[in-house]
Design a protein around this ligand. Structure first.
Ligand SMILES: *[C@@H]1O[C@H](CO)[C@@H](O)[C@H](O)[C@H]1NC(C)=O
Ligand SMILES: *[C@@H]1O[C@H](CO)[C@@H](O)[C@H](O)[C@H]1NC(C)=O
Ligand SMILES: *[C@@H]1O[C@H](CO)[C@@H](O)[C@H](O)[C@H]1NC(C)=O
Ligand SMILES: *[C@@H]1O[C@H](CO)[C@@H](O)[C@H](O)[C@H]1NC(C)=O
Length: 306
């Protein structure tokens, strides 16, 4: 009976010890505390919903409200339709943007203008066309150019000539088209040409934005995708790769600048191995001590049994 008890006792102790040793020496697997979802959209590096997570260039950018992902910048809030991590692009929708079905005037649209400090990280794609509608003759668009129509042009085969074929124009019609006086009803520009789509500053009544992922020639404006295609980029991604490779989640410090590797119970300015090597040293010596004590107990009991 005593033998049986002793065997049971030492077995449980050994089991506890083994678990402890495994826990301490083995590479702990952290759950990535920064990855999340909003509706059916995965939010992953460099984006995050939690403050302190993701890349600092994308901080305070995305918000999830009732499973709707919102993108917030200087010019306003947009709904995020998609995040394409492979092509590093986001697709945004502005409800006050004109499409092929409807034209929204009255200057209600957001346009697109981004904080200066975010410009290195986010920019509308080069093949995204912005079509400015009903701009005044005094608009900066038509000033300072040798020919007043100069900045207006097709972007990746998308432009106003095609856009005029949309059913939405059935109601308004490009009134001044070809009249030779006054500005055109629509002026298409790439973002790069004017750096900010600010309807107030440009004195425009509305705008549309389109991009196309498929070859364009045949489909026409009814087949364009309406929305703002934004490319994002993260310079020096090595920090995050090293952090994630050691089981960490990429984040940043309270200064909103310094990158941090979030390693569960602690943070590191490099990666989680630097955190673990010090903590596991402590753990290993603790495990050794415990093993020593257990060994003594077992020996002591064995001696008293005989
Ligand atoms: C999310 O779901 C909507 C329909 O509910 C679908 O149109 C959209 O493509 C989905 N987005 C992703 C990223 O799966
Ligand atoms: C680690 O950094 C994150 C993000 O800055 C912060 O929320 C968290 O409190 C930090 N944890 C520790 C243990 O310092
Ligand atoms: C747009 O331009 C107006 C007038 O110049 C300015 O007051 C406003 O702050 C600008 N908006 C953005 C988002 O830059
Ligand atoms: C580009 O613009 C011109 C007029 O400026 C138009 O005739 C032409 O059809 C447009 N589209 C393409 C795909 O070039």
């Amino acid at each position: 009976m005593t033998t049986l008890l002793l065997v049971f006792f030492t077995t449980t102790q050994l089991f506890a010890l083994t678990s402890l040793a495994l826990l301490v020496s083995g590479r702990a697997v952290h759950v990535n505390t920064c990855r999340s979802y909003c509706g059916n959209i995965t939010i992953d590096y460099p984006f995050a919903l939690r403050s302190g997570c993701g890349h600092p260039g994308f901080r305070d950018l995305l918000f999830c409200m009732n499973d709707v992902l919102m993108f917030h910048i200087t010019s306003g809030s947009y709904r995020v339709l998609d995040i394409d991590y492979a092509y590093q692009a986001l697709t945004l929708d502005d409800p006050h943007m004109s499409t092929c079905e409807s034209i929204v005037l009255g200057g209600k649209g957001n346009g697109f203008a981004i904080e200066h400090w975010r410009a290195p990280y986010l920019n509308p794609a080069a093949d995204n066309v912005f079509m400015l509608l009903g701009c005044s003759a005094q608009s900066p668009l038509f000033q300072g150019f040798p020919s007043k129509h100069l900045p207006c042009r097709n972007v990746s085969g998308m432009g106003c000539e095609e856009y005029y074929w949309c059913s939405a124009w059935g109601v308004f019609g490009p009134k001044k088209l070809g009249s030779g006086t006054g500005p055109p009803e629509c002026c298409a520009v790439p973002f790069e040409a004017i750096k900010a789509i600010n309807l107030t500053r440009l004195e425009c009544e509305g705008y549309s934005s389109a991009y196309s992922l498929a070859p364009l020639r045949e489909i026409g404006p009814g087949g364009w995708s309406y929305g703002i295609r934004v490319r994002y980029s993260v310079q020096g991604n090595e920090f995050c790769r090293a952090c994630e490779a050691t089981g960490g989640a990429c984040g940043y410090g309270s200064d909103g600048v310094r990158e941090l590797c979030l390693c569960g119970s602690s943070n590191s300015t490099s990666n989680c191995d630097s955190v673990k090597s010090s903590s596991s040293k402590v753990g290993r010596s603790l495990a050794n001590t415990l093993a020593g004590i257990l060994g003594c107990i077992v020996t002591w009991r064995k001696m008293h049994q005989t």
